[in-house]
Ligand binder design. Structure first.
Ligand SMILES: [Zn+2]
Length: 240
């Protein structure tokens, strides 16, 4: 976890309820790990093939969600749905360079051919990360990537439109990108709080609304939603 994440978690303990919820989730996770020694496994991770009783729960600031995190590869439902979508669309055989921006589960096992280079990047060093940079200033040359994956990063970037322009710049003409942000389906227009953080999420600068596709029009990219499992991904291709 990044320092900023640790800091805001500690700050969240000003509310005793937040500490209580974290303890409940930690306790639940511990019980699962004990029961897994004796009971039939019910879930399988599509990224690392881990099997267990349930994925682990997560919590933050009094909010919690159970059955989310794979204890082996740190994938969330979005990573596992993404892996399944990539296989289904045949994108796992895309040749060339694949850049995955954002800490979290690695998609390395999805891209295993000799003719593929899978790069995992984030703004800070993380166990799975091999490239460290700010997405607003990507250190790769124009038209150098065949695929760019960027899940739940744009919400945390000061200038998300500049970041998408950078993705567009490094994509090859027929390349694709897969974007995802936390979108509030009840909100029409994105609300940008930068330089402050969203009142709904201590690490996000904005709450995306239903205008996610249009928001990046000026970056000259065409975004189309593709739903997989409970997740909506935005598939980006360059404007002709
Ligand atoms: Zn896993």
């Amino acid at each position: 976890m990044h320092w900023e994440g640790i800091k805001s978690r500690l700050q969240s303990y000003r509310s005793i309820n937040s500490l209580k919820v974290d303890l409940v989730v930690m306790g639940t996770n511990f019980v699962y790990s004990l029961l897994e020694r004796f009971s039939r496994h019910q879930v399988t991770c599509s990224l690392c093939n881990w099997t267990g009783l349930a994925f682990r729960g997560i919590s933050f600031g009094g909010w919690k969600a159970l059955n989310q995190l794979c204890p082996k590869c740190n994938s969330y439902p979005r990573h596992r749905s993404l892996a399944q979508m990539i296989y289904k669309q045949g994108w796992n055989s895309i040749q060339g360079k694949i850049l995955d921006i954002g800490a979290g589960a690695s998609l390395q096992t999805v891209f295993t051919q000799d003719t593929q280079i899978y790069l995992k990047a984030d703004i800070q060093k993380d166990p799975d990360v091999t490239q460290v940079f700010d997405i607003q200033f990507i250190p790769y040359s124009n038209q150098s990537m065949n695929m760019v994956v960027c899940l739940h990063v744009l919400d945390h970037v000061p200038n998300d439109i500049a970041a998408v322009r950078e993705i567009v710049r490094i994509l090859k003409p027929k390349g694709i990108c897969i974007l995802q942000g936390r979108i509030d389906p009840n909100q029409k227009i994105t609300v940008d709080y930068f330089p402050k953080h969203s009142p709904h999420h201590p690490l996000q600068y904005r709450d995306y609304g239903k205008d996610f596709e249009q928001r990046f029009n000026s970056a000259h990219i065409r975004l189309e939603p593709l739903t997989y499992g409970n997740e909506i991904f935005y598939i980006g291709t360059l404007n002709a």
